[in-house]
Design a protein around this ligand. Structure first.
Ligand code: KIV
Length: 311
């Protein structure tokens, strides 16, 4: 009997990541990699890097729109950024971050705005912050058929009102409140939850109660995955980073140095060089010169023999 030829299937394309796949990853203890993105180039970069989940965070307010906090950013801005990210992504699960004021007041408002993220920006899911009334909003959005990611611990949309940008859960009662919020969001049907700026030990203890994937940012290593802000991890921007950020590149210096080199060359007349310029056949150039040398040339005649050259 002759040996059968070995067939090897090469998987170059990963299928798009789904909500159930994240549950599977938790069950199999495969760490979930989540990162933020805010435009087409950052989306293409994280797509090519092979991350699992992309959040168009309302951190866009600070890192790309120049606001002082995440509070002012609105739905229109978030939808515009999220749609640009969608156009740059194929594989990771795309989550839209519901901005402050887009969901708190009523379930109907929350459902309508969550639908905008899905219908206009192509999101698979949305994220909202805090427990309390947000639990009802999360339940309502889930019942409307849209997967919801929760977010507890440090919640930037309300951080100023709740004691500033610092770790939460450093006392037993604060930790208990975080646990209550996380469990309520889990019971409301959230498919995953972000734990932000929580002591690693608190997180580790709480993980025993969490059946949904938990993505940490400043919550230690016990979570099912990690998330960082794109600009923080790549060192883009000049502000100070929170303690939990690790920089994997220092691009701000590179960006400034690149633009400085460009400015220097423009001022020195060394850019553009011949390889950056278009050519023209000598006879075409002579004809053009003759045209310019005509004594009758007055300018502004759209019907002239050369009116097409601008095109
Ligand atoms: O807005 C954001 O970027 C976030 C992540 C840091 C979780 O909420």
């Amino acid at each position: 009997m002759s040996a059968r030829p070995r067939i090897t299937i090469e998987r170059t394309e990963r299928a798009p990541v789904t909500v159930p796949e994240l549950g599977q990853m938790k069950a199999e203890r495969r760490p979930i990699v989540m990162v933020t993105a805010y435009d087409h180039p950052s989306a293409s970069a994280v797509e090519d890097a092979g991350v699992d989940v992309v959040l168009v965070g309302d951190s866009a307010a600070n890192v790309v729109l120049g606001y002082e906090s995440t509070v002012p950013v609105g739905m229109e801005e978030m939808l515009m950024l999220t749609a640009a990210v969608r156009r740059g992504l194929r594989t990771p699960l795309l989550i839209g971050d519901m901005p402050f004021g887009s969901y708190e007041a009523a379930n109907e408002l929350a459902i309508t705005n969550a639908q905008h993220f899905v219908k206009q920006a192509g999101c698979a899911a949305v994220k909202l912050e805090r427990g309390g009334a947000s639990v009802d909003r999360a339940r309502a959005i889930v019942r409307a058929g849209i997967p919801v990611m929760g977010h507890v611990g440090l919640t930037p949309q309300t951080a100023a009102a709740l004691g500033g940008f610092k770790a939460r859960g450093k006392t037993a009662s604060q930790a208990a409140q975080i646990a209550e919020e996380a469990l309520a969001l889990q019971a409301a049907g959230c498919f995953a939850i972000v734990f932000e700026a929580i002591p690693a030990d608190v997180c580790e203890v709480l993980m025993a109660k969490m059946e949904i994937p938990v993505i940490g940012i400043g919550a230690g290593p016990a979570t099912d995955g990690q998330v960082l802000v794109f600009h923080d991890l790549l060192g883009i921007g000049s502000g100070r980073s929170p303690k939990f950020v690790k920089r994997y590149a220092e691009l701000q210096g590179e960006l400034v140095a690149g633009v400085e080199r460009y400015a220097r060359e423009v001022r020195a007349g060394t850019f553009p060089a011949p390889q950056h310029s278009y050519g023209i056949e000598p006879h075409e150039l002579s004809e053009f010169r003759r045209y310019l040398d005509q004594e009758t040339l007055a300018g502004g005649d759209a019907d002239s023999a050369f009116s097409g050259w601008l095109g």
